[in-house]
Design a protein around this ligand. Sequence first.
Ligand code: NAD
Length: 276
Amino acid sequence: MDRFDEAADWVRSSREVVVFTGAGISAESGIPTFRDDSGLWQRFPPEQFATWAGLVRTATLQPRRFCEFVYSVLEPIAAARPNPAHRAIAEAERHTGITVVTQNIDGLHQAAGSTTVHEIHGSLLEIVTVSGRFRRLLSRADLREITSSLEKAFRGILTLPRALVALRRLIGIGSGGAYRPNLVLFGDALVQSAWTQSVSAARTCDCFLQVGCSGLVLPAATLPQEAKAAGACILAVDPNPTEADFWLQGRAAEVVPMLFETAFGKGQVDSGGDDR
Ligand code: NAD
């Protein structure tokens, strides 16, 4: 039995699998990771763009630059569809217990049909008050409307009031006070309920499958250690070397469907996806 088959055997014999995903799983849906050579942090330094205080400062002093950043985040997510890795994870629920813990903010696991998804860094598709109270969900069509408003705004002089008009579905002040997307930026606490449930799932799973996570983002990166300490087998899918019991080298959209097919047999039906 080779290493890949051995890893698939762990998946097959597990009653509870935690699938822990990072930016890499959505790369083949057209959403770039942040940290690679041409990633977002190269063009938009985190000191300026990865904290709420930095974003408010940039919006006030450089509204065009602020809008360019928001556009760069929004545009690929607005256009994205679940790829075969998201769909294989959703489909695997027919065979075993699956809990998805994701650092991603793109809603693609839910769009693929996964039912238990803990979004520990929040979601771009969820609008909350500044104190974190839920206000409403956005669809991917809403995101596309925001990006087209931004495209129009880019054609003129982009002042802060014009930026706020273009972004009014995403950020602003309404009858219930100020609102914004439910995102965890640098220095923020994780979404508490999602994090508590994720730690508990990591401690009780038999198999922990990590897909497209650099392991550099804390405290998310402690989850595999929690799972390992509780006796789970750790599998990692990533083109780059990743610490795990089994490192399955390659791209998520190829390796993840192959892993579940090897574990559970062919017939992992392509479940399409909705427009969330
Ligand atoms: P990260 O820490 O999530 O690491 C990305 C990992 O993906 C790297 O290990 C890389 O080798 C791997 N990878 C790249 N292409 C891959 C592929 N095709 N298949 C499998 N693995 C692949 O990434 P980051 O970009 O530094 O992100 C920092 C934070 O921002 C994380 O919380 C992340 O979830 C978030 N983020 C979210 C999205 C999204 O919602 N889609 C996109 C970018 C970043």
